[in-house]
Design a protein around this ligand. Structure first.
Ligand code: SF4
Length: 342
C-alpha cells in the first residue's frame, strides 16, 4: 500500500512518516516550495510554477534519512494568489494558513492520484498551531480540499474519526497516536524512541508568519497591484523605506546583499552608491522626483562609513536613460528615518 507524506523536514512530519514506514506502508515524500519558505535557499531563482531543480534542503535531508523518495513542487506563482486574497483570512501576520493548507492538500491529492497512491499522510498535531490545527479548521481544510477520509495524521489519529486507510485495515489504528497541544515534549520523547535526531528547530520556515516581513509584503500589495515572485524576492533583502505611493528605496545591509541587490536591479531602477567612502548600495524603485533622489542620497550617506555628520558624495545612476548624477548629501537623522522605514 502506497501513501504520500507531506514532508516539511521538521520533527512532526518526520515522525509521522517513520510511524507509517514501521507499519510497512510504502511512502513517497512531497514538499511544496514557495518564495516564502525561509528554511532553505531557493536553489532555482526562476519563477516557473513547477521546477525540476528547485528543492528544499531540509525536507531532502529528512527524506534521505527516512530512505524515501522526495518530490518537490515549486508553486510560488500560484501561491501569490492565495496570499493576495485568502478566503479564510490571515493569521496573526500575513499567513493565510487555512487557505495555504487547502491549496497544498489539493495539490497533494492530485499527485496522490497521479502516482497511484491511496492516501495522504501529514505530521499535523491537533491544537499545535492556533490557526490551521484546530479541530474545526482541520475538518474544514479536509472538506474544502476534497480529501475527506484520505488524510491520515498518525500523531493525532486517535483524536479524529477513522480515516479510509484505518477502516480498510491498510493501517493499524492501534499503533497510531493521540498527541495534542503545543508542547513538543511528546514528539521529542518519541523521536528518541525511534532513533530520530538532528531535526530542525520548529521556529521559522514561513516568512508570512514574520511580523516585519509581513509589513513589507503589505506595503508591496498596497502599492504594486500586479506584483510578481521577483518583487517578493526583493523584499527579503536590505532595509526598506517608503517615500510615497510612487517611490521606495532598498539599502543593502552587507556585501552579500549589495551584490544580490545589484543583480536584481532593473534598468528602470535608480542605483545609489557612495563615491568616496565605503558604504552600501541602494536601489530606488518607482517614480523618483528631485526631492526623492535627495532623500535617497541622504539615507545612503547615513549608512555609509563616513563619520555620520560630514557630507558624503553619492553617485546616482539609471541604466534606462543613462542618467548619472553626483550629489553631495548630509546623512539623514535617525528620527526621520524611522518614520519612513517599512
Ligand atoms: S505557516 Fe506559512 S506555510 Fe505554514 S500553513 Fe501557514 S501560511 Fe502555510
Amino acid at each position: 500500500m502506497k501513501a504520500i507524506v507531506l514532508l516539511s523536514g521538521g520533527l512532526d512530519s518526520t515522525l509521522a512518516a517513520k510511524l507509517l514506514l514501521e507499519q510497512g506502508i510504502e511512502l513517497e515524500a512531497l514538499n511544496f516550495l514557495t518564495v516564502f519558505c525561509n528554511c532553505t535557499p531557493h536553489q532555482n531563482r526562476g519563477t516557473q510554477s513547477t521546477s525540476k531543480t528547485a528543492t528544499c534542503l531540509v525536507s531532502k535531508s529528512a527524506a534521505d534519512k527516512l530512505g524515501i523518495n522526495l518530490k518537490v513542487f515549486e508553486v510560488s506563482r500560484e501561491y501569490l494568489e492565495i496570499v493576495k486574497n485568502p478566503k479564510h483570512g490571515y493569521g496573526r501576520n500575513l499567513n493565510p494558513c487555512i487557505d495555504c493548507r487547502i491549496f497544498m492538500l489539493k495539490k497533494a491529492g492530485e499527485y496522490m492520484r497521479e502516482s497511484n497512491a491511496s492516501f495522504l499522510v501529514t505530521g499535523e498535531v491537533l491544537g499545535e498551531r492556533p490557526m490551521s490545527q484546530r479541530m474545526e479548521a482541520m475538518r474544514l481544510i479536509e472538506r474544502e480540499s476534497g480529501l475527506e477520509g484520505l488524510i491520515l495524521r498518525p500523531l493525532s489519529a486517535k483524536l479524529f474519526p477513522e480515516t479510509i486507510p484505518e477502516k480498510e485495515g491498510w493501517v493499524d489504528r492501534d499503533k497510531l497516536l493521540a498527541m495534542q497541544g503545543r508542547s513538543r515534549k511528546p514528539q521529542i520523547k518519541l523521536a528518541e524512541e525511534l532513533g530520530i535526531s538532528d531535526y530542525p528547530c520548529p521556529a521559522g520556515g514561513c516568512l508570512l508568519t514574520d511580523k516585519s516581513f509581513s509589513c513589507r509584503m503589505r506595503d508591496l500589495m498596497k502599492y504594486t497591484s500586479a506584483f510578481t515572485v521577483k518583487d517578493v524576492k526583493f523584499l527579503k533583502l536590505g532595509r526598506h523605506f517608503r517615500f510615497n505611493n510612487m517611490a521606495k528605496l532598498v539599502v543593502g545591509r552587507n556585501e552579500k546583499e549589495n551584490a544580490r541587490l545589484s543583480e536584481m536591479a532593473e534598468e528602470s531602477d535608480l542605483y545609489f552608491t557612495p563615491s568616496d567612502v565605503k558604504g552600501p548600495i541602494a536601489i530606488g524603485r518607482g517614480k523618483f522626483g528631485t526631492d526623492d533622489i535627495l532623500l535617497a542620497s541622504r539615507i545612503l550617506a547615513r549608512y555609509s562609513d563616513s563619520n555620520g555628520s560630514d557630507a558624503v558624495k553619492v553617485m546616482c545612476s539609471r541604466k534606462e536613460d543613462n542618467l548619472e548624477d553626483l550629489l553631495t548629501s548630509l546623512p539623514i537623522k535617525d528620527e526621520k528615518l524611522v518614520t519612513i522605514r517599512i
